[in-house]
Design a protein around this ligand. Structure first.
Ligand code: SF4
Length: 344
């Protein structure tokens, strides 16, 4: 059995869940008993930190009580997130938990990272006496940020279907796995009315913050871009980037090529990407300039609707009446401008 401080740092582990089940209070005690007031307030702190800092952050784990309060704050934060009922908020919280785990994992020995990886069903193995790990290529492709040059398969050592990684890189893969997993878990739960009532004030506060942020995003022109006139496909991609999600390469490519066709400059495009969890300006600038033609002889064209569908980034369920009349996201955008002009 692991130590309490390990449970507190990694509350998503099976051992932590077992601990809560075996020794934790009932839901009513957790919500009402004065003994757990601190756990409730840490739960809310996790959410505030996830929103503001994209990391739920560490607190002192000096005593057994510190650890227990930290452990119990995790299910509380998740339950409140579900009741806030907003996709952007859920994504932000999932990223906050995953980034928090990542920062802690960077300080753990390889053996611990391997244990966590195996528990989360990654096919990994330590390579002999080295500081290297091998991971099955399917797991690698599922979670590695392959939009970056050094993560692309062509730049990795591969042997017998396994890709070689260093400890830090395995932690980065675990960040992405956890972010996805927490997102899925949050999406699969419904709000519990008891939680809703107990945290009504904070839930309303978070809903207001999120609504204000959304209005700001819609109202604030990025360059001369009108976000509310974007087609559903690019709105989705942009929202995912601004929520700090890792958007697949084709989505980022489609957005950059689209914005470049609207003559948006590189600095304004970069601003849109700056909230990504592992944003690095020089690398992102290089990629953006590669697509826009700033650093190469080719400027890529913004893909049309057929190509967007082939790439799997046309959200068919969100297509509106205008989508059915056009064949290119740029036509969608210009028609929305014309519609607005005609209204005046
Ligand atoms: S139909 Fe075209 S414009 Fe509309 S969401 Fe799909 S790709 Fe975007």
């Amino acid at each position: 059995m692991r130590e309490l401080s390990v449970f507190a740092k990694y509350p998503f582990l099976k051992d932590t869940k077992t601990y809560i089940k075996d020794y934790g209070p009932s839901v009513n005690e957790l919500l009402e008993d004065v003994l757990y007031e601190r756990a409730r307030s840490i739960g809310i702190e996790r959410l505030d930190n996830a929103l503001k800092k994209r990391n739920v952050e560490n607190r002192s784990l000096a005593t057994e009580t510190d650890c227990i309060m930290e452990i119990l704050s995790y299910p509380l934060a998740r339950m409140v997130t579900v009741c806030v009922g907003d996709t952007y908020f859920k994504r932000r919280y999932a990223l906050g938990e995953a980034s928090h785990a990542y920062r802690n994992l960077l300080n753990e020995p390889i053996s611990f990272l391997l244990d966590v990886s195996k528990e989360l069903n990654l096919n990994v193995e330590h390579i002999g006496e080295t500081q290297k790990i091998k991971i099955f290529f399917k797991d690698y492709l599922r979670y590695a940020p392959t939009r970056y040059k050094e993560w692309k398969m062509v730049n990795r050592d591969m042997n017998g279907g396994f890709v070689t990684l260093y400890r830090r890189e395995l932690a980065r893969i675990l960040l992405e796995l956890l972010r996805k997993r927490i997102n899925e878990e949050l999406d699969s739960h419904k709000c519990n009315n008891v939680i809703k009532k107990a945290f009504e004030v904070d839930i309303n506060r978070f809903q207001n913050i999120v609504n204000m942020q959304k209005k700001k995003m819609e109202a604030a022109p990025v360059g001369k871009l009108s976000i509310e006139k974007l087609p559903p496909c690019l709105k989705d991609i942009l929202a995912a980037i601004q929520a700090g999600e890792n958007v697949p390469h084709m989505g980022r490519f489609a957005l950059v090529a689209f914005l470049s066709s609207l003559k948006m400059n590189t600095n304004n495009i970069l601003k849109l990407f700056s909230t990504a969890p592992d944003y690095q300006e020089d690398r992102t600038r290089y990629q953006v300039e590669h697509i826009t033609g700033g650093s190469s002889s080719t400027a890529y064209k913004s893909p049309g609707c057929d190509k967007m569908r082939t790439y799997g980034i046309c959200p068919v369920d969100k297509m509106d009446a205008l989508c059915k009349k056009i064949h290119h996201p740029l036509s969608y955008y210009s028609r929305r401008w014309k519609q607005e002009k005609n209204k005046k």
